[in-house]
Design a binder for this molecule. Structure first.
Ligand SMILES: NC(=O)c1ccc[n+]([C@@H]2O[C@H](COP(=O)([O-])OP(=O)(O)OC[C@H]3O[C@@H](n4cnc5c(N)ncnc54)[C@H](O)[C@@H]3O)[C@@H](O)[C@H]2O)c1
Length: 447
């Protein structure tokens, strides 16, 4: 929405949220989201044609186009728990829009939703509204965190699904202010909804595919980066998204694949469901495999050993830790009674402690005293990478932050115990150089 406001100074954009503290952050100098270039975009438009407030009803009344962009997490209860999307927040938005609207409005699904949600939204709008009529469009978001501003400025494509040519044209008119028309694809609503789930499933599948091969590389002596390079030269495969790692994270990939799996099951397509579920199974395996390798390499015990964790965000250039591989690896190492010293340039101590306590909660959301104590006593947060590594037996690199490539590794080594192990979960460090300095380096997909 900030990008629309920046590119279309004559269009007033009102961002509203029920979370008052988040809105206060959007109105402050400390935005709730770290994203390169976002601060500048927000500051250019804020106060001109971009506002942030909690006046949901007022914003609905004033708007011609309404984007529903609320969270659609995996359901944790009831039918479809652990797979289906929780559509409670989307439905609440639809009901609120119906109650507050007059005249004609175009309602745009920006959240990622299961196929045929637009039908439900349209029914709720039509049956609850007294003074208004609506068109519902699907306009999924394809930006990637960490490169969001570039992705929004110059997207590969914008996708708009809708039945009403007039409504579709209204939204096309907004995007075409800065995006060439040939990159704005229009489809029917169901294709648009399904394309978003499919795009994320294909992207995550590529990561799981190369990660599966990384396990075979470790067993055979092949090098996964060399294999990725060799296959990436094939123009049918292409070089992107073939980086082996400790596993994918982020709020979307797992949730969207599970949502796809649930849809397939719902329509009786159990083979298709199992096929896609394997992408998530492989990702969980890759995370577990990484922590197991740390324990095995360190003489089968990490109990009471100090391990530096470099990076906690799910990828570089974001402060988002949702489903980060770091959470799963830290959980496994804490279960083994390791002492963790964690450093991430953008993630706060509170975020890290909340996530680690969260992962140990049982199905009813209760954290046992034993786990609370484990997180309190075995986790320390360091102010930088050097401080995190001091006195440790090992370093685990869990996020590919650029600053980790530029460290004085001689200085790092000087402060560590021997043997000084490095487990590079992102394959960003120079193995030959580190080995010559005296580290014992273990990376993904290398013998
Ligand atoms: N984060 C991404 O990179 C990304 C990319 C593409 C698509 N998406 C999709 O976009 C959607 C939102 O993702 P997110 O990461 O921004 O989630 P988020 O949880 O960070 O933000 C959702 C916001 O919606 C607000 N909200 C919930 N119910 C509300 C209501 N009834 N009225 C007003 N506000 C309400 C919440 O307070 C919260 O601030 C999801 O469907 C996600 O799959 C996200």
């Amino acid at each position: 929405m900030a990008m629309i406001a920046k590119q279309c100074p004559d269009i007033p954009v009102h961002v509203v949220d029920v979370n008052a503290s988040r809105i206060a952050q959007w109105n402050s100098r400390e935005l709730p989201v770290y994203e390169p270039g976002l601060q500048e975009v927000v500051e250019e438009a804020r106060g001109r044609n971009l506002t942030f407030s909690t006046d949901v009803d007022g914003a609905i009344r004033d708007a011609n186009l309404i984007f529903i962009s609320v969270n659609t997490p995996t359901k944790t209860f009831g039918v479809g728990a652990g797979r289906a999307a929780n559509l409670e927040f989307v439905e609440k938005c639809a009901r609120r829009i119906a109650e507050c609207s007059t005249g004609h409005k175009v309602v745009v699904e920006k959240s990622t939703l299961p196929v045929r949600t637009a039908e439900a939204v349209a029914r709720i709008l039509a049956s609850s509204a007294t003074n208004a009529t609506f068109d519902v469009l699907s306009n999924p978001e394809f930006l990637a965190e960490g490169t969001a501003i570039q992705d929004l400025l110059n997207p590969d494509r914008v996708l708009i699904g809708g039945e009403s040519p007039r409504a579709v044209e209204q939204l096309v008119a907004v995007y075409s202010r800065w995006i060439p028309r040939e990159k704005i694809l229009t489809t029917n609503v169901w294709s648009s909804e399904l394309s978003k789930l499919t795009a994320n499933a294909f992207l995550a599948q590529r990561v799981s595919s190369i990660n599966a091969i990384s396990a075979l590389c470790e067993a055979t002596g092949a090098d996964v980066d060399e294999v990725a390079r060799a296959i990436g030269f094939d123009s049918r495969i292409g070089p992107k998204f073939l980086k082996a790692s400790v596993g994918f994270g982020g709020s979307c990939f797992q949730k969207d694949i599970l949502n796809l799996v649930y849809l397939c099951e719902h329509f009786g397509l159990s083979e298709v469901a199992k096929y896609w579920e394997q992408v998530v199974v492989m990702n969980d395996y890759q995370k577990r495999r990484f922590s197991a390798r740390i324990v095995r390499t360190m003489f089968h015990t990490v109990s009471d050993k100090q391990i530096a964790i470099w990076g906690f965000a799910f990828k570089k250039d974001t402060n988002d830790i949702r489903e980060s591989a770091a959470i799963a690896v830290c959980r496994d190492l804490l279960e083994e009674r390791a002492r963790l010293v964690i450093y991430d340039p953008r993630v706060s101590e509170q975020q890290i402690r909340d996530a680690l306590e969260g992962i140990f909660k049982d199905a009813t959301g209760v954290l046992s005293d034993r786990h609370r104590q484990l997180v309190r006593e075995h986790v320390t947060i360091a102010p930088d990478a050097y401080a995190a590594a001091a006195q440790t037996h090992a370093i685990a690199v869990l996020t590919e932050w650029d600053e980790f490539r530029r460290l004085d590794m001689g200085r790092v080594l000087a402060g560590m115990q021997r043997p000084a192990f490095v487990f590079d979960g992102r394959n960003i460090l120079d193995v030959a150089r580190l080995t010559s300095l005296g580290f014992e380096v273990h990376s993904i997909g290398r013998p």
